[in-house]
Write a protein that binds this ligand. Structure first.
Ligand code: SAM
Length: 137
């Protein structure tokens, strides 16, 4: 892990990744995120529903690719905050040797990932985000 400073979480300011996390039923969000999430849901109900449908599609696609299609390497760009079913969990549930590299340009997402996924990445080294198995590239 790198010594990057922890980003200012600013729980009082709504944050896109945390609002998305709220719509997915995650716990990594604050009152300000939930308030905006509900306001958007009220104005555009399909938007919040889209978050869940999108995640469900991603999980179905990864399960198919790791299983039937035999794909063992995944690059998850725009990972978002970790949720109950992260890409590596879905892929490795059908292909234990699957490797996943997560990429996100939001320092808040990185901070959460390091805190929540650290035990899944014992081989991770500085400069990489969360390769789930094997050596980072
Ligand atoms: C709507 S969330 C999607 C989360 C997750 N992929 C899902 O399906 O639930 C989009 C994520 O993409 C990230 N993102 C946006 N633009 C990006 C870029 N150019 N490079 C890397 N990550 C990016 C954001 O920080 C955010 O965490």
């Amino acid at each position: 892990m790198t010594g990057d400073p922890m980003p200012d979480l600013r729980p009082d300011v709504p944050h896109g990744a945390r609002i998305w996390n709220y719509w997915l039923g995650g716990k990594d969000n604050y009152a300000a995120d939930r308030e905006v999430g509900e306001a958007v849901r009220a104005a555009f109900p399909e938007t919040a529903a889209y978050a869940l449908k999108s995640r469900q599609f991603l999980n179905r696609a990864v399960r198919y690719l790791a299983g039937e299609a035999g794909i063992l390497q995944f690059l998850d760009v725009g990972t978002g905050l970790p949720t109950m079913q992260n890409t590596h969990e879905v892929a490795q549930s059908v292909a234990p040797d699957a490797r996943i590299v997560y990429v996100d340009n939001d320092p808040l997402v990185l901070a959460h990932a390091r805190a929540l996924l650290v035990n899944t990445t014992p081989e991770a080294s500085p400069g990489t985000w969360t390769p789930t198995t094997g050596s980072p590239t």
